[in-house]
Ligand binder design. Sequence first.
Ligand code: DX5
Ligand code: ZN
Length: 218
Amino acid sequence: MRLSPSVLAADFTRLGEQLEIVKNAGVDAVHYDVMDGDFVPALSFGDTILKNIKNRFGDELFLDAHLMVTEPARFAEAFRKAGADNITIHIEACKHIDRSIEAVKDTGAQVGIALNPGTPLDSISEIIHKVDLVLIMSVNPGFGGQKYIDYCTDKIARLNQWKKDLGLDFSIQVDGGISPQNVRQVLDAGVDNVVAGSAVFKNDIAANCCAFREIMKF
Ligand code: DX5
Ligand code: ZN
C-alpha cells in the first residue's frame, strides 16, 4: 500500500521542508505531475525540480513521474536521468503505444500506463502485460483540487478483477480528488497506490498523512 503525495499541490517556496514532513510521516513516494499545455490545458514543470528532489532525498523517496504531455516518450530519458523510478504515460497521448512503452522501459524506469476517466479499460488490453502500473485517472487531468468522479470506482473494480483473471501483478494507482474521506472506497475496489495532492498539502501536512496512514495502513 503506497501513498504518493502530488507535489503539484505543495508550496514551491518550501518544497524541501514539506517533503521532509511527508517523509517523516512514513510516506515513501512522491508523485510528480508534468503538464505541457497541449495534452492538458495547464503547464506545470519539467525535469529540474525532480532532479532537485532526487539530489536532496536520494533513494528515500520513490519518484513517480506522471507525464501529461503529448508523445511523452520524447522525455522519458530526461526524466529517468533526473531520477524518476517510475514513468507513467497516457494511452491517449501516444500514437504508437507499444513503441512508447518500450522507450520508457529502455531507460530502466518502471512504466505506468494512465487512462483518462472516459477512456475504456479495453484500450490497454494488448499492452497490459507490459506495464508495472495502471493509473486510473479519477478526474480529467490538468488541475489539482477537482472532485472525484464516482464512476471510476467501478472501473477500478473491473480492472482489479481483470488483473486477477490474467494473473498479472501490476500496481493499480488512482489519481484525482482522493481524501481520507473517500480513500476507503478505492482501496476496497482494488487500488494499492493512492495519489493525493490537495488532501496532503493543505493545512497540516503531517496530520493529513497520518489520516491517510491510519486508513491505508502503510
Ligand atoms: C491531475 C493530477 C493529479 C493532481 C491530484 O491532473 O494528475 O496528480 O495533482 O490533485 P488532487 O489530489 O488535489 O485532486
Ligand atoms: Zn498525477
